[in-house]
Ligand binder design. Sequence first.
Ligand code: GKR
Ligand code: MG
Length: 438
Amino acid sequence: MKIVEMRFHPIAIADPPIRSSYGLHAPYALRTIIELVSDDGVIGITETYGGDSQVAGLEALRSQIIGADPYRLTGFLSSLVEGVKPSGEVRNDRSQTFLVPGENPLDATTRTFAAIEVACLDLIGKSVGKPVCDLIGGRVRNEVPFSAYLFYKHPGGGGEGTDARSDEYGEVLTPDSLLREAKQMIDAYGFESIKLKAGVLHPDIEIESMKVLYRELGVKYPLRIDPNCAWSVDTSVRVGLELAKELSGEGYLEDPCASLEGMAEVRRRLDEAGVNTPLASNVAVTSFGDLPKSIPLRAVQVVLCDHHYWGGMRQVQHLAKVCQVFGMGLSMHSNSHLGVSLMAMAHVAAATPHLTYACDTHYPWSATSDEVCAGGRVPITNGCVKITDKPGLGVELDYDQLARGRERYARCPYRKRDDELEMRKHVDPTWKRILPRW
Ligand code: GKR
Ligand code: MG
C-alpha cells in the first residue's frame, strides 16, 4: 500500500469564553483535519492542533509522505520523534514550556509525527478491517472513562456575531455556579470523576469550590484540580493541605506550581505533613527528556499523556511502561477538540493497560453543530466512549461539515491560540500571565 494523496483541512470551531491561568479562550478554537489517501482509495483521517504553523509543519513533510508505505512510518519519519542529532547523539530533548499546548516550538516535530501516525493507523485499520486499538496491541477495555472538565467562564457559548452559539452553562465564576456546571455536565454525559481548571480566581475561592463539589456530590466523584502553575510553592502546599480529604482516593493535584524543583518541594512538604495526594502534570513533564530529572526528584506521581504532542499512540504506550516501572500513574490531557480526536484518545487509552485514570476531555465544550464526524457527535455515555469493532478510529468525515469548518477558519481572524491576548481584549486590558500569581 502507498499513500498517494495528503489533504489538510484547517478548521475553526466555536469555543466558549472559558478561563485558565493562560488567560481566556478565543471565540473559536483552531483544529486541523488530515486525510491520507492510499493507492487503493482508502482514506485515513486524524485531527490535530490548528493554525498556520501546525499546517506548515505538516506541509513540509509532503514529499516524504506521498509515495510512502503507511506500515513503515518508523522508517521514513522516525527522526521526528526518536532520531539522532547530526552529532550522532540520541535525541532526548526536554520540551517543558509555559506556552499553551499546541504552540510550543519544542514539541513541533512530535506533534507533526503524531498526526501522521494516527492517520496512517486509521488508514491501515480501514484497509484491513480492524480498529486502531487492536492494531497497537489490542484493547484492554471496551469502554474508556472520561472525566467532567469544569472551567470557570464568562457568559457566552462561543462563536461570533451571527455565528454566536447558545450559552449552555452561563457565567460560572463562583462555587455555586461551578456546582451547577458540574451537575449539568454529569447529567448530560454521566461522568464519574471531575477536574477543575483552576488558577483563575483567588485560591480561597477555588478551595471553596472544591469543598462544595465534594460536599454536594460526595466521595463517588474523584476530584482533581489544575491551576496550570498559577501558585507559588507555599500556596500549592496550603491548597494541598486544605484539600487533602477532597483530593483523596483517585484524585490528584495537577501542576500546582511551575518547575520540577517547585513540584518536588511541594511533594516533600506534603509528605512531611502526612498528605499523600499525588502530584500530576502535563506542564512539568511533557516529553521523555523531562523524565530523567523528574523521577529522582519525585516531582510528579501521575503523568498526563497526550498522543497529540507526545509523538503519537505508540509513544504514549512507551510512556505508560516507563511510568509503570517507576511507580507513577498515567492519566490523559486534553485541549479543545472534536470527535476524531476523541476517538483517537479513546483508542490509545483502550490499548494502554496502565492508563487507569479517567481521561480529560474538552468535548462537552464544543458545539454539536461544529462536529465533522459523519452521523454527528461521538456519544459519551455513563462517562465513557465505547470502542466498537468498526475499523480504524471508527469514524468517517462529514464533508459538508468539514467545508463549514474550513469556511469558519477562512472567515475568522485567528491563526494561533493566544489566551493572554483574548483576556486583554475581552476581560482586562492590562492582564498579563504572571507565574506564580498567588
Ligand atoms: O483549555 O485552557 C485550557 C486548558 O488550560 C488546556 O489548554 C490545558 O492544556 O487542559 C490542559 C491542562 O490540563 O493543562
Ligand atoms: Mg493540566
